[in-house]
Design a protein around this ligand. Structure first.
Ligand code: GLU
Length: 263
C-alpha cells in the first residue's frame, strides 16, 4: 500500500512519542525523521500527526498523574506541544527538512472556509518540501467539541489532503481477532477491508487493555480514511525501519484496504 502511495499521513501515538509517559523519546523521533526523510527521497509527501502534547506537558509541569480538569489538560497540552515541535524541528533539520506546526480543531474542519484554508496551507507546505506536524489545538477546545483522539484526527487530515495512505504507528503489532493477552486463540489480522463491521467487534474486545485511543479508534479511523479512498496501515512504531520497509513493499502490521463503492 505504501509502496505506490504518493501522499502519506503518518500518525504517532502518545505512548510512542513519550516513551510510555517517561519523557519525549528523542531517539524514536530521530528514527522517524530519518525514515520520513527517506520516504521524501522516494518522492512521497508526508504529513505527520503527532500526539504526546498532554503527556509531555504533564511531565514538564512535574505533575504525577494526568489531571481531570479540562483547563489543566489544556495547560499541559500547551506546555508539551513546545517540546514536540522543538524535537521534530531539530531532528528533521538534521536531514535538511523543514517542519511546520499545524494545530487544528474539529470546527476548523467543518467550517467550509477554514477547511479550504487548512487544505491549501498543507498542500503548499508539501509543495515546499516541508513536513507539516499536526496536532489537535487542545488549548482552545472543550470536551464536547473535541476531535478527541489523534487516530480520528489522522483520518480527518487524510480526507482533507486526499492522502493515499494513513499509517498509524502504535505500541501494538496491529489488530488481532481477540485480545492476545487474554485469549490464546487470538489470531493476527494481516489484511482486511476498512469498514468491515467484524473488525469493530475484534477491536472492541481488546480496547480495554490497550493504550489510550485503543484499537477501536484506529479501526474507525480506517473506515473514515477509506471514505476518501485511502488505505490504512496499523503497525508498531517500535519495529525497526517500519516506514521504509513498508515503502519498499514489505507487509508489516495490519493493512486495511479501502472498500471501493461501486454503487
Ligand atoms: N492531542 C493529544 C495530545 O497531543 C493526543 C490525543 C491522542 O492521544 O489521541 O496529547
Amino acid at each position: 500500500m505504501l509502496k505506490d502511495a504518493k501522499r502519506v499521513v503518518v500518525k504517532v501515538g502518545s505512548a510512542l512519542v513519550t516513551n510510555d509517559g517517561r519523557g519525549l523519546d528523542v531517539a524514536a523521533i530521530e528514527r522517524w525523521a530519518t525514515q520520513i526523510a527517506a520516504l521524501q527521497k522516494m518522492g512521497k509527501e508526508v504529513i505527520l500527526v503527532s500526539s504526546g502534547a498532554i503527556a509531555e506537558g504533564v511531565l514538564r509541569l512535574g505533575w504525577h498523574s494526568r489531571p481531570d480538569q479540562v483547563y489543566q489538560l489544556q495547560a499541559a497540552a500547551a506546555v508539551g506541544q513546545m517540546g514536540l515541535v522543538q524535537a521534530y524541528e531539530t531532528h528533521f533539520r538534521d536531514h535538511g527538512i523543514g517542519t511546520a506546526q499545524v494545530l487544528l480543531t474539529h470546527q476548523n474542519l467543518t467550517d467550509r472556509e477554514q477547511y479550504l484554508n487548512a487544505r491549501m496551507t498543507i498542500r503548499e507546505l508539501l509543495r515546499l518540501g516541508i513536513v507539516p506536524v499536526v496536532n489537535e489545538n487542545d488549548t482552545v477546545v472543550t470536551n464536547e467539541i473535541k476531535v478527541g483522539d489523534n487516530d480520528t484526527l489522522g483520518a480527518l487530515v487524510t480526507n482533507l489532503v486526499e492522502a493515499d495512505v494513513l499509517v498509524i504507528l502504535t505500541d501494538q503489532r496491529g489488530l488481532y481477532t481477540a485480545d492476545p493477552r487474554k485469549n490464546p486463540e487470538a489470531e493476527f489480522v494481516a489484511t482486511a477491508r476498512a469498514g468491515d463491521p467484524a473488525l469493530e467487534k475484534m477491536a472492541g474486545g481488546a480496547a480495554s487493555s490497550l493504550s489510550k485511543g485503543g484499537m477501536i479508534t484506529k479501526i474507525l479511523a480506517a473506515k473514515r480514511a477509506a471514505r476518501s479512498g485511502a488505505g490504512t496501515i496499523i503497525a508498531s512504531g517500535r519495529e525497526e525501519d517500519v516506514l521504509v520497509r513498508l515503502a519498499n513493499g514489505e507487509h508489516i502490521g495490519t493493512h486495511l484496504e479501502p472498500v471501493s463503492y461501486t454503487h
